[in-house]
Write a protein that binds this ligand. Structure first.
Ligand code: SF4
Length: 369
């Protein structure tokens, strides 16, 4: 079912690997920005009044750095303007060290029932190297506040000097502190970020080393009862992210806020990345959209296959046929034949074999061609 994504672009400090749209020096604009966001909610809701949404995801940036009264106000606006299911999944991203008991209580009153905590690593020297604003102890304190809640922790691989023992320490920490979900993904050194220099200098682990850390982490997560359901996502039974599952099923979603993207009525749209332009557009009653394009059928078919094969559920021929009135194995006959040794087939479902899921990008390149 469709989801709502909201981007809160403020952070206390820019991490050394970050190329997300986040503004560490503009927290003083939070009030004006949130007022614009409330208005964008009203504007979009008018167009989507017949749609029922199942999930809300408040991401960033670091949504937990702003006053929680704005998050409360935002959720109130969303519930008033949009039509949500009876039991929506509502997630907020937060960084350790930016929340206290009162903030969590306000989030819960606002209807938030899932938390995503950006840990990355349990090793303090690595956190410092990444420019993170918190320590391992801050993460533990945040987990104490979230005791009994449904929360996810981010774990990053491919850090300078990272060893298997570091990965083990990190995974033990998240499990022992009650995380129901883990997102474990590889650091991508983006050009223009400070960490890119480390990459150019050969100071970061290479692809094979990262793959070996991933395999090690995956085995540890499995031992601890976290089931992999997508290449980078693992959960205790019943705690998969509904919001993300909708993306992987190529479901519709609406994105609100600066740099947010949407997929609705067969069209992909992106909001401006410029904070001032975003606010100017909204204040003058215009959508801050900078790109809007219909997805052509060939691209839609590729997206469907690519997204489904990222998950352990794989691609269902029936679901593809329902969406496109054709057979995906015929539409992608050459690529399918070239890669079929990597697949498990069961009934109408094709999945990438467990041991190849991490390298699914290389397999999917065939489908892109
Ligand atoms: S907390 Fe996240 S969004 Fe903010 S600077 Fe760090 S990586 Fe970027």
């Amino acid at each position: 079912m469709p989801g709502i994504y909201i981007h809160i672009p403020f952070c206390k400090h820019k991490c050394t690997y970050c190329d997300f749209v986040s503004f560490p020096n503009r927290l003083n604009f939070a009030e004006a920005y949130m007022a614009c966001l409330y208005k964008e909610v009203e504007m979009r809701a008018r167009e989507l009044e017949k749609v029922v949404f199942d999930t809300v995801y408040i991401g960033g940036g670091t949504p937990s750095v702003i006053d929680p009264k704005y998050i409360y106000g935002l959720m109130k606006k969303i519930v008033t303007c949009f039509h949500l299911t009876k039991d929506p999944e509502v997630t907020i991203e937060m960084n350790p060290g930016t929340v206290d008991a009162e903030k969590i209580a306000i989030y819960k009153r606002a209807g938030i029932n899932r938390f995503s905590v950006g840990l990355q690593t349990a090793v303090d020297s690595q956190l410092e190297e990444l420019g993170r604003i918190h320590t391992k102890a801050d993460f533990v304190a945040t987990c104490r506040l979230l005791k009994g809640e449904n929360f996810s922790a981010d774990v990053m691989l491919g850090l300078k000097g990272q060893t298997k023992a570091d990965v083990e320490e990190t995974i033990s920490l998240v499990d022992e502190n009650g995380a129901t979900h883990v997102s474990m993904y590889a650091l991508t050194p983006e050009d223009g970020t400070p960490i890119y220099t480390d990459y150019l200098n050969g100071e970061l682990p290479d692809g094979d080393e990262v793959a070996s850390l991933y395999d090690y982490g995956r085995a540890l997560l499995k031992e601890r009862g976290y089931l992999r359901y997508e290449v980078s996502n693992f959960c205790k039974p019943g705690f998969g992210s509904r919001h993300n599952m909708n993306y992987w099923k190529r479901g519709e979603y609406i994105g609100l806020g600066v740099a947010a993207s949407s997929f609705f009525f067969g069209k992909r749209m992106t909001n401006t990345f410029d904070l001032d332009e975003y606010m100017k557009c909204i204040l003058s009653g215009h959508f801050p959209v900078i790109t809007s394009e219909e997805v052509e059928e060939g691209d839609a078919k590729f997206e469907f296959v690519m997204l489904a094969l990222r998950t352990v559920f794989g691609i269902s021929s029936k679901a593809y046929e329902k969406a496109f009135k054709s057979d995906w194995k015929k539409d992608f006959a050459r690529a399918y034949e070239a890669t079929r040794q990597y697949f498990d087939e069961e009934g109408d479902t094709t999945r990438i074999k467990d041991e190849y899921l991490y390298v699914q990008n290389q397999i999917l390149t065939e489908f892109l061609a």
